[in-house]
Design a binder for this molecule. Structure first.
Ligand code: AMP
Length: 405
């Protein structure tokens, strides 16, 4: 194996979102140059790069310039054209590899790969695009015989944050949205999980195969989008150990080099099931910036460059609350009021336009225990809404661990 890629080298990042922006900040702190390629104008990572490429992903001139400038490439977003990933790999090391990324781009492929690794999954069925609502109803009838009802229908490709998902109720007619979705697109149908809690584990894997796992995170969602993370998660020691072991097994089995996050369902029966894998830093890992000895972005730099991995242990319990575009409904949020909450740290991603549901930033804090850290970030977020009361589902909302409620 070749030696590590040392500070002074140029690291390429595909994708221009906040994960790339925070990766770029970590890499530049370590003395690297960063080249970001995003097809979206105003992508937050472009402004944080030494070299910004804003062009479609099939632009040949952009490909030449980008690959000519970089020593290694990583991603901050998995839904990238497979052709591009393979072509990059022909020029420089791509970490994770195109193959590892491809396994996570499509829910059906991902579940098959996870099943082959022996990872436990909620009962599921792959479904081809049915063509018509009538054929979709027949396909759902057959698939729910395997998964039971309630169930969740998800598009097979390019879904995230609950987009392209329809819940199939326990009884009654098929929802029109489910029939329309399945008529048009390949999907997977999953049993609705009787959730105790959602967990995630961010794992770094070095080119030589060594893995380091961050403490297990406990995640609460609101309207299918991550709302609040607490790290280390408030779970029994044996649950945390099983989650970590499972995440390491998955990341190793998928052959990821770099960083990946394994999202897990903890069922009320005490089982851990893999929900999905992201071959990049994860929203739930943002809290590592304040809570851990090394954060997920620096760890990604280290793993991608073949440097010694950092110690991901928690220094103090931490919590992170997302700031969605909904917070702008009543005008510019009251940043000063949130920052007046002692210990609260504000991260904004520099996105020009606030849209409902869009991740604009986050607040994080550490404290003596996880409950106190969670209370602190929620208090800081509630203070953002002028007058102190947030819009439902955003600033002032209580996180809802049960998506059925
Ligand atoms: P996903 O994009 O698949 O991670 O789904 C987003 C969120 O929807 C998850 O984090 C869960 O809160 C919820 N969800 C997804 N699938 C299921 C399921 N099979 N059972 C229960 N909740 C689910």
């Amino acid at each position: 194996m070749t030696g590590p890629i040392l500070p002074g080298a140029t690291l390429g990042v595909l994708g221009g979102g906040q994960l790339g922006r925070m990766f770029a900040a970590a890499a530049r702190r370590l003395g690297y140059r960063v080249a970001v390629w995003s097809d979206a104008p105003d992508a937050p990572a472009l402004a944080a790069a030494d070299l910004a490429t804003n062009a479609p992903y099939d632009d040949a001139a952009a490909f030449e310039a980008f690959t000519g400038a970089i020593d290694v490439c990583t991603v901050e977003f998995e839904n990238l054209p497979a052709d591009l990933l393979r072509a990059i790999e022909g020029r420089v090391p791509l970490r994770p590899s195109s193959q590892a990324i491809a396994a996570t781009q499509h829910r059906g492929r991902e579940k098959r790969a996870l099943a082959e690794l022996g990872a436990p999954l909620a009962p599921w069925r792959p479904l081809a695009a049915a063509g018509t609502p009538h054929a979709a109803a027949a396909a759902l009838e057959a698939a729910t015989a395997a998964t039971g009802r309630p169930a969740v229908l998800k598009t097979a490709g390019f879904g995230y944050d609950g987009k392209g998902q329809v819940t199939i109720p326990a009884t009654g007619r098929w929802p029109g949205a489910a029939l329309a979705l399945l008529a048009a697109e390949p999907c997977v149908l999953e049993a609705f999980v009787d959730l105790e809690l959602e967990l995630s584990v961010v794992v770094a894997r070095a080119p030589g195969g060594e893995t380091r796992a961050f403490p297990v995170a406990e995640n609460h969602h609101a309207r299918h989008v991550l709302d609040l993370t607490v790290m280390p998660g408030r779970v029994a020691v044996d649950v945390a150990e099983r989650a970590e072991a499972l995440a390491r097994r998955v990341v190793t089995g998928l052959g990821v080099v770099g960083l990946a996050c394994v999202e897990l369902f903890l069922t009320r029966a005490g089982d851990l099931w893999v929900n999905e894998v992201a071959p990049r830093p994860h929203n739930s890992g943002h809290v590592t910036i304040e809570a851990c000895r090394v954060d997920q972005f620096e760890q990604q730099v280290r793993a991608v460059c073949g440097l010694p991995l950092g110690d991901p242990a928690a220094v103090r319990p931490g919590a992170m609350a997302n700031l969605l575009g909904d917070l702008w409904d009543g005008g510019e949020p009251d940043w000063a009021a949130a920052l007046a909450v002692g210990g609260a740290r504000l991260h904004l991603y520099g996105k020009a336009q606030a849209r409902p549901g869009r991740k604009m930033g986050h607040l994080s804090a550490v404290a003596d225990d996880a409950d106190a850290a969670a209370a602190l970030v929620l208090r800081a977020r509630a203070a953002l809404a002028r007058g102190g009361e947030g819009p439902a589902g955003a600033a002032g909302a209580t996180p809802n661990p049960d998506p059925r409620a």
